[in-house]
Structure formats: structure tokens, C-alpha cells
Design a protein around this ligand. Structure first.
Ligand SMILES: *Cc1c(COP(=O)(O)O)cnc(C)c1O
Length: 510
């Protein structure tokens, strides 16, 4: 019965003839509807359960088995978005979303994204759309200046920036450039000797990049960090590891240092690390995926001190810089190291401008050929808000994080598990709380407190009232609260803290 009705309804809602896929007036009508739909979504986003509550495979049960032969009306499709897609969305734009790192949206970047999709050009080289390359050059110089990057990272200082899709790509591209630069000196037969360094807190992107770049898995070093040094990579530990590798006949190649690690937002000390790498000619990449944006505020800029001795730097504007996915900004001191590794020159792309070498072709700075006009969204962002407002948006999130940190500290059952950096608070049910006074030793207490913390996190996420994720550092299971959704205000973290407390009460009384 259901299927007959479904077909009947589909027929009623279908339109039989569409002349062409892009009709300006139809675009206007449907486009306005979608904007209204999204505006309403933002208005109501707080009402949805933050983490999607669906079961695996939920969608196949609800949608037809194959694509419709006849066209359907946008109204019908939007109804299905409401009924079938939204339940399967985890609401990253909800003010009560604190999981992973934020993917903060903004009106300006959304509109830039629309322009990008609207023009729909493919700016792989200069001639394919000169504005796409030139605006990217300009916007990355602007941003580089806002971050007070050394002049050598900017186009004006013979370095330069490029927008990659994600940090994973930025790391892979720079590691490949570093690898080839070294192999040109030592010969490709020595690739098996190259060593890549990070810490045990470095993002898995580094290991994947090393794998793809053909680094021997035995030569990947995740240098151990500890609670006593706040899980930062220590220059002494790095130095000792490098020394031992050299004694073994290996060749140090690449260090990925992190400003704001994914687990707990730890900050690796650039200055002392670069003192070490300088001695060995190691390429240093700085991964500031989440925290880089904060460095546009003078009070946070010191975290980048020492960057003058690094080779490349990247941050994700799509994380905590109010830009829609995807938008990873990468700067390198020596663009020709990148282009020597990544350029191709097929006949079908040849053109006068490229031949005269007066222009830059971004296809040679990245993995893919085709690329989107992403700089539009950064350009709109920077112009629509101005540097002053952008700083204040970031500062406000940090202020809210401090409020949340204070709430955690005010309840003796909890502890702040790692120093709060930027807008991230890591907490857990405290092993030294009286809750665990019956456990025999510290190990038992830690184990028990970890278990309760893990249960607590799942209960919070199941409730749909807030969404958070976890990290495990130094044997501690910690809940991460990363503040940065554009709609989050102080009242949301105050409310969320009550949710946390209520769920702990419930666990303890069960
Ligand atoms: C999120 C994150 C990444 C990965 O970013 P993608 O853009 O998804 O590749 C890498 N490093 C750090 C420190 C991160 O927080």
C-alpha cells in the first residue's frame, strides 16, 4: 500500500519538462527558497538533538531504491531534507556543539561560497581565471600580515601562500617537497634513510602523509610527551631522538610541530625546537589547524615566536576562523620546493602566460589539478567583519572557555585535565575525588575515574543536549569541550555544565 501511495505522490509533485539545467529565473526562485530554508535552520538549530540519534542504515530504509526518471519539485525535495536528512545531521552549527574542533560558519563565508559555486570556475592555472589566482595571492598576503608571519612567507618576500582543501593535503605537499629537496642532494636510492618527526600528540595526518610519501614506517618518530610538560614536544627529547637516528646512519628530514594539538590543544615550543632542527637542516612544518587563527590577536601571537626558522605554516580557516569547509591556508618560504615536486606541464594546459613565467599556476602547489575559487570566502570574511571584529569573535570564545573552566573547577568531583589553551577545556571526573576513596591505589582510582568519565560522555551525547568528544592523554580519558561554534554564547556553556552535572549525578545514583 505504501509504495502505491508513494508513486502517486511523486507523480503529483513532478514537473515534466525542464528546458536546461541552469535557468536564471528558476535559479532565483529556488535559490531564495534554499536561503530561507537555511536561515530557518540556523534559527532553530538549537532545538535539534546536537548529535544525530539515528541508527546505521536509517536512510536506505526511507529513500527510494533508484533515482527518479522524471523531475521532482524543489518543494518536495526540501520536505525530504527536513524529514529524512536533518535527523541524520549532527549539528556542527548548534551553539551546544563542542566536539572535535569547531567548523565555524559565518554569513560572509557562506556568501563567498555561493559566489564560488556561482561562478563555478576551475582555477588550476592563471589563464583559466586570472582573478582566482590573483585574489588568492592577495588574500593570503593579507592574512599572513594579520598573523605577523615573517616577510619570507609572503609573496612580497619571495615566499607565498596557497589555499589547500585540508591540513592533510598541506602536510602531504610540504613533506613531499622536503623529501624531494633532500633526495636531490643525497640521491633517490636513499629514501629509506629519511626520518619524519612529530610527537605522540601530532595529528595522524603526519603519519598518513609519511606513508603516502614513501617514508619507511620504521623511520616515523612520534616522540613521547608527558603530563609534566603539558604534553608538548620537548626540544631535548627531539634532540636525543635525532642524535640516535644519525648514529644509526639515518637522515632527519621533517618535523611537524603543532600549535594547538588535536587532543588537548597543547602548544609545541617553536623556538627551542627550531634551534634543534636548524643544526640538521630539517624542514619544519607548523600545523596550527585549529589555533592558528587566534594568532591574529596580539595577545596570542607569541605562540608563533620562532616561526622565522620554520619552512611552512598552515591553519584551517574552516575550523575556528568562520569560514565554511574547506579552506586550509598554507604558507611556504620556498615555493619552488613545492613546485619542483608537484608541477606538471601537459600540452593541453600550455598557454602564453605560463610560458613567460610571469604568472603563478596553483596546480603546481597542490595534489589535484582542479581547484575551487576558495579565496572569495576569505575575502568576503575579512572585508565583511574587519580584523577588529574577527579578533573579538575569537576572544569571546576564549572568554566563554574560561567561564566553562571556572565551572569545572567549582565542582570538586571534576578536574581540569590539561592546561586550557585558547578555547578548549579538557576535563574529567577526578581520580583524586572522594568518589574513588575506596579504590586501593592511584592506578585503580585513575582507571575507575576514566570509566566514569567515558560513561558520562556517552550519556551527555545520547541526551542530545550537547555534543563533545574525548581524548586519551597520559593514561587519562578526558572530555574535550572545544568552544568555537559561531552561535555559542556564555549561557550555552552554563546550560551545558548543568547537563554534565546532572548526568554525573544520575550515574552515581544508579
Ligand atoms: C583538525 C586537525 C588536522 C586535520 O585537519 P584536516 O583539515 O581535516 O586535514 C590536522 N592537525 C590538527 C592539529 C588538527 O586539529
Amino acid at each position: 500500500m505504501g509504495s502505491i501511495e508513494f508513486e502517486h505522490e511523486a507523480e503529483n509533485n513532478s514537473i515534466s519538462v525542464v528546458n536546461q539545467p541552469l535557468e536564471p529565473e528558476e535559479f532565483r526562485r529556488q535559490g531564495h527558497m534554499i536561503i530561507d530554508f537555511i536561515a530557518d535552520y540556523y534559527k532553530n538549530v538549537e532545538k535539534y538533538p546536537v548529535r544525530s540519534q539515528v541508527e546505521p542504515g536509517y536512510l536506505r530504509k526511507r529513500l527510494p531504491e533508484s533515482a527518479p526518471h522524471n523531475p521532482e519539485r524543489i518543494e518536495t525535495i526540501l520536505q525530504d531534507v527536513e524529514q529524512h536528512i536533518i535527523p541524520g545531521i549532527t549539528h556542527w552549527q548548534s551553539p551546544n556543539y563542542f566536539a572535535y574542533y569547531p567548523n565555524s560558519g559565518s554569513t560572509a563565508s557562506f556568501l563567498g561560497e555561493m559566489l564560488c559555486s556561482g561562478f563555478n570556475v576551475v582555477g588550476f592555472n592563471w589563464v583559466s581565471s586570472p582573478a582566482a589566482t590573483e585574489l588568492e595571492n592577495i588574500v593570503l598576503d593579507w592574512l599572513g600580515e594579520m598573523l605577523e608571519l615573517p616577510k619570507s612567507f609572503l609573496f612580497s618576500g619571495n615566499g607565498g601562500g596557497v589555499i589547500q582543501g585540508t591540513t592533510c593535503e598541506a602536510i602531504l605537499c610540504t613533506l613531499t617537497a622536503a623529501r624531494d629537496q633532500t633526495l636531490r642532494k643525497i640521491g633517490t636510492e636513499n629514501i629509506g634513510k629519511l626520518v619524519v618527526y612529530g610527537s605522540d600528540q601530532t595529528h595522524s595526518a603526519l603519519q598518513k602523509a609519511a606513508h603516502i610519501a614513501g617514508i619507511d614506517p620504521k623511520n616515523f618518530r612520534a616522540v613521547k610527551t608527558s603530563k609534566s610538560s603539558s604534553f608538548c614536544l620537548s626540544a631535548e627529547a627531539l634532540q636525543a631522538t635525532i642524535k640516535s637516528d644519525i648514529e644509526d646512519g639515518l637522515i632527519p628530514l621533517f618535523l611537524c610541530a603543532t600549535i594547538g594539538t588535536t587532543g588537548i590543544a597543547a602548544v609545541d615550543p617553536l623556538q627551542p625546537l627550531c634551534e634543534v632542527t636548524k643544526r640538521y637542516g630539517i624542514w619544519v612544518h607548523i600545523d596550527a589547524a585549529y589555533a592558528g587563527s587566534a594568532c591574529i590577536c596580539p595577545e596570542f601571537r607569541h605562540f608563533l615566536d620562532g616561526i622565522e626558522n620554520a619552512d611552512s605554516f598552515s591553519f584551517n580557516a574552516h575550523k575556528w576562523f568562520f569560514t565554511t569547509l574547506d579552506c586550509c591556508c598554507l604558507w611556504v618560504k620556498n615555493p619552488s620546493a613545492l613546485t619542483k615536486s608537484l608541477s606538471t606541464n601537459p600540452e593541453y594546459l600550455r598557454n602564453k602566460a605560463s610560458d613567460t613565467k610571469k604568472v603563478l599556476d596553483y596546480k603546481d602547489w597542490q595534489i589535484t589539478l582542479s581547484r575551487r575559487f576558495r579565496s572569495l570566502k576569505l575575502w568576503l570574511l575579512l572585508r565583511s567583519y574587519g580584523v577588529g571584529n574577527l579578533r573579538n569573535f575569537l576572544r569571546n570564545h576564549v572568554k566563554i572557555a574560561k567561564v566553562f573552566e571556572g565551572l569545572v573547577r567549582s565542582d570538586k568531583r571534576f578536574e581540569v585535565a590539561a592546561p586550557r589553551n585558547f578555547s578548549m577545556v579538557c576535563f574529567k571526573v577526578s581520580a583524586s575525588s572522594t568518589l574513588f576513596k575506596h579504590e586501593n591505589d592511584d592506578n585503580e582510582k585513575q582507571k575507575k575515574s576514566n570509566e566514569v568519565t567515558e560513561t558520562l560522555l556517552e550519556k551527555i551525547n545520547e541526551s542530545g543536549k550537547a555534543c563533545m568528544t574525548h581524548a586519551v592523554v597520559g593514561g587519562m580519558y578526558v572530555i574535550r569541550v572545544a568552544i568555537g561554534a559561531s552561535l555559542t554564547e556564555e549561557k550555552h556553556v552554563v546550560g551545558t555544565w548543568k547537563v554534565v552535572q546532572q548526568h554525573l549525578d544520575a550515574i552515581l545514583s544508579s
